[in-house]
Design a binder for this molecule. Sequence first.
Ligand code: EZ4
Ligand code: CO
Length: 403
Amino acid sequence: MPKITAARVIVTSPGRNFVTLKIETSDGVHGVGDATLNGRELAVASYLTDHVIPCLIGRDAHQIEDIWQYLYKGAYWRRGPVTMAAIAAVDMALWDIKAKIAGLPLYQLLGGACRTGVMVYGHANGATIEETLENAAVYASQGYKAIRLQSGVPGLNGVYGVSKDKFFYEPADSHLPTESLWSTEKYLRSAPGLFEAARDKLGWDLHLLHDVHHRLTPIEAGRLGKDLEPYRPFWMEDAVPAENQASFRIIRQHTTTPLAVGEIFNSIWDCKQLIEEQLIDYIRATVVHAGGITHLRKIASFADLHHVRTGCHGATDLSPICMAAALHFDLSIPNFGVQEYMRHTEATDAVFPHAYSFADGMLHPGEAIGLGVDIDEAQAAKHPYKRAYLPIARREDGSMHDW
Ligand code: EZ4
Ligand code: CO
């Protein structure tokens, strides 16, 4: 059996912070896992180094499920983003090792390919509707079949999803949280116009998506969903903060716009009611933040029983290791919907050489064995950790809002 002989955490910041777990085995095969939790990176690094790695040494690397259960049940303190990102990193690395030993790309071990590739959506954005649609046209010309639209809101000084750089988007932008202004009224007045103009300019052959980023109440979300219905969005994402799963019943009563949620979920318990009651259409839980491939498969299988498809989170704060894992997973499950894809910078791609590639609006994980991604430690060492936070949002009266 391949015994786990060593494991260590590598923190690197090629423009943004990434936390990576590397596990070595007695077979000489190693595996990698992403453990990045944007804005709280070092908490996961410590959880792994100080608490998880000592328990891994000497274990059979092939016992993925048992190790998952050991780390989940064995901690006594369950769930939470720090714990589940740490477990996810171990899980990804062990799947990488198993597939390398089998001599297969990981998707083959997960049941084989169900599709020729993974449809991805890119992020078009701009300060104005015109600018956003110009940016969307660039994505369309690159072959994207699905595009997320986010536009500046008149009267607000910068909103979620609108970046200074049209090619790369990075919200964790400061050594202390930056503050932005929020007005639900102004936002609700402007968002439908973006989609009306988008259908005018881009036509009806593209899937158009939108991220509300947890900013509305259920009844406000119901209204926005209704206002967007004529333009047939692919989904409305994170319409409300989702701690209270029952609140999605209200949104559902008011609109047929498809609903997506779950990028910050870390276990099946965060979405059990949403799926069981068919309150959503797409579950966005992702490999790194929802306990790895092992746990995400459980979520996807449960979702499949309830007509819910997947739409995994794929922002730049998920490293290329997580992206590779997501692509193997996406390729292998029957109820895949769409995969978010924000391009990483060249510096990031140099730290994480990978086999996945983009063509004609689709990503494919490639045929390299394992996850098909690695960490170049010499490159990683060139980029030391730099503290960075996500922004916060305040309403016009100064009170805190959900960012
Ligand atoms: O704000 O990943 O759909 N994508 C998103 C992301 C999240 C960031 C937070 O770290 O909502 O841009
Ligand atoms: Co989102």
